[in-house]
Design a protein around this ligand. Structure first.
Ligand SMILES: [Fe+2]
Ligand SMILES: [Fe+2]
Length: 159
């Protein structure tokens, strides 16, 4: 095995976090779909697929490293939102949390001087910059659009 049991356990925990994020994005997408805001629903559905892909990257790495991927139970996401801003805020907050989780994994890999794991994690470090930036933009646009959010749909249609 190319990684320690500690890294294996931490990466398996991250599989759970990424799948939880996927679940949460699907719940957010369903909320926007219910509100007939289809442009936003599409974006969060795509995000959900991306998060599942993130989980699968960890699965593949663990297999390649001779470790054992484990799929944990995924907790129920938040399903109800009072406003679009609330949903977009939750998405932003969860990307900030994920960034901290990835940083912790890098710290762990560095402390063990595991360059293979560190190199693998660099993709996620770069990805989180993109994820936080786009979540922040979405939150700002939705916030600025006010209660109807219809302008956001028009904005998305022209992107
Ligand atoms: Fe992710
Ligand atoms: Fe993400």
């Amino acid at each position: 095995m190319l990684i320690s049991q500690k890294i294996e356990a931490a990466f398996n925990a991250q599989i759970g976090h990424e799948l939880s994020n996927s679940h949460q994005y699907m719940a957010i997408a369903a909320y926007f779909e219910k509100e007939d805001l289809f442009g936003l629903a599409k974006i969060y559905t795509e995000q959900a697929v991306e998060e599942r892909d993130h989980a699968m990257k960890f699965v593949k790495f663990l297999l390649d490293a001779g470790a054992s991927p484990r799929f944990p139970a995924v907790p129920e996401p938040r399903n109800d939102f009072a406003t679009p801003v609330e949903a977009a805020q939750l998405a932003y907050d969860s990307e900030i949390t994920t960034t901290k989780q990835i940083n912790d994994l890098v710290d762990l890999a560095q402390s063990e001087r595991n360059h293979i794991a560190q190199n693998f994690l660099q993709w996620f470090v770069t990805e989180q910059l993109e994820e936080v930036a786009s979540a922040s933009t979405r939150l700002n646009i939705i916030r600025r659009a006010g209660p109807t959010v219809l302008m956001v749909e028009a904005y998305l249609a022209h992107q």
